[in-house]
Design a protein around this ligand. Structure first.
Ligand code: ATP
Ligand code: MG
Length: 448
């Protein structure tokens, strides 16, 4: 993309309404624009990041054997009356009537709808296990929407639902989700710690929340610092291997890690040596639940088992806060000049800054870098505007592309351009082909 033809409405001033750094940078980098309280338009740069997160989530869900679907945003109240949640859900549910006076609602979650799909089409235990998921906008009429996309009213969520014959099978689905979530967050450059949680309005026995540590987090968390050394890494887990999935759960959840809702000071002290006790703040970026037959029983989602008996299925639901993650990643990765995107989610792979637009040699070198990077399947953002170098650097630093290639007439006279890491600030003078090769290697592409 050439910046002169892009739509990147950066703000020079700090917006007064933004209290936390991610909100400030998302507004300043032209990623979002508020449409109403807690409701945002996603501008090109923000939308690109959102799409990258969605892609990672799809890849990891499909790898785990889960099947994507899409359910509607507006739902009829009927199903919610069946489960009993229409009255229980409270003020956070946005309710409305259609022209015929029928009660409708904007989906805050989708257990009822997916259970209705299941009961209409699945009859036998032989069709199990089954996990359906979607990435869809949700609405919760939060009393105090704040911090930009972190606590919105409309927000994007991945929500997945497993259907299993037995509790053991459903607990395997739970473990499988935990493993897939660990992989997902790490690909986004995040450490998200599973913490034992409270089930809230969804209800259930087993539940973990995934928290990213950050000073601006809304949750108070208590944990054993040894947990922060754990990495899932590049393990090749067979998702059908129950023992392997259970072992990962054991490894990542056996140390003390809880939010204030489940924290017990005496247990904390008994389980964690003093030097490793930590109290901090965290951002909830996901949650997994096992809730058994809570919905299948009242809604009649049953299958015929091996003995020919009709039994309610065991279910769980599993959510990732996709739009909140954009803010969480920025909270975890920025400096005082702007965002620093992890390579896995960056909106553009690298920036190209032309120090002297209009200089024949500099223009030609930039065009050739742009072409070479594009040809190997990378997306560079070429700042081809007629602007001062300082302004170009400031924009690149603000929008946080992890790598920048700087091209100027002086360097070109000695045959080099400069490759700079946004994270470390370190620069290296390289021949243009070397710079392309280096960037290609960083992103696992082959330069030819
Ligand atoms: P919270 O405790 O933060 O209100 P929740 O526990 O009610 O969230 P879940 O039902 O677990 O939310 O939804 C799954 C994920 O969706 C959460 O882990 C969170 O990342 C995200 N999420 C929930 N509410 C919001 C919101 N108002 N704005 C943005 N993301 C949200
Ligand atoms: Mg939650």
């Amino acid at each position: 993309m050439r910046l002169s033809r892009y739509f990147l409405p950066v703000l020079k001033e700090n917006p007064a309404e933004a209290q936390i750094v991610s909100h400030r940078y998302m507004l300043r980098a032209g990623m979002i624009k508020q449409a109403a309280a807690g409701i945002y338009s996603w501008l090109p740069l923000g939308f690109k990041v959102l799409r990258k997160l969605e892609n990672i989530i799809h890849e990891e869900q499909i790898r785990a054997g889960h099947i994507p679907i899409q359910m509607p945003i507006l739902q009829s109240a009927e199903l919610w009356r069946e489960s009993g949640r229409y009255d229980d859900y409270g003020e956070e549910m946005l309710r409305m009537k259609d022209r015929h006076g029928r009660d409708m609602l904007y989906t805050p979650t989708a257990e009822e709808l997916v259970t209705d799909i299941f009961r209409a089409h699945v009859n036998s235990y032989r069709e199990l296990p089954l996990t359906l998921y979607q990435i869809q906008w949700k609405f919760r009429d939060e009393i105090r929407p704040r911090f930009g996309v972190m606590r919105g009213r409309e927000f994007l969520m991945k929500d997945g639902y497993n259907f299993d014959l037995t509790k053991e099978d459903a607990l395997h689905a739970y473990n499988r989700h935990l493993v897939s979530y660990l992989r997902t967050y790490e690909r986004m450059g995040l450490q998200a710690i599973p913490m034992r949680a409270d089930s809230g309005p969804i209800g259930g026995d087993d539940t973990h929340e995934f928290l990213v540590l950050a000073e601006t987090g809304e949750s108070e968390v208590f944990y054993d610092s040894a947990i922060t050394d754990l990495r899932f890494g590049n393990r090749d887990i067979d998702y059908d291997d129950r023992a392997a999935c259970a072992a990962v759960l054991e490894e990542f959840t056996s140390r003390y890690a809880r939010t204030d809702e489940t924290h017990v000071e005496a247990e904390f002290h008994a389980q964690v040596p003093e030097a490793r006790r930590r109290q901090a703040r965290g951002i909830e970026v996901g949650q997994i639940f096992y809730f058994g037959t809570k919905y299948s029983e009242p809604m009649g989602a049953t299958v015929v088992n091996e003995k020919g008996e009709r039994v309610p299925v065991h279910m769980g639901s599993h959510g990732i806060g996709v739009s909140r993650l954009v803010g969480a990643i920025i909270e975890a990765s920025h400096d005082d000049r702007g965002i620093i995107w992890p390579e896995g989610v960056t909106p553009f792979h690298c920036g190209i800054v032309n120090l002297k637009q209009g200089d024949a040699a500099a223009d030609a070198a930039c065009e050739s870098l742009y072409g070479a990077l594009t040809a190997i399947g990378l997306e560079p953002l070429y700042d081809d505007r007629d602007e001062r170098a300082g302004a170009k650097f400031a924009t690149m630093d603000l929008i946080g592309l992890p790598w920048r290639i700087t091209v100027g007439p002086r360097g070109l006279r000695s045959g080099v351009v400069e490759l700079t890491s946004r994270r470390t600030g370190e620069s290296e003078a390289l021949r243009p082909e070397e710079a392309v090769e280096r960037v290609a290697r960083i992103y696992g592409k082959a330069a030819d």
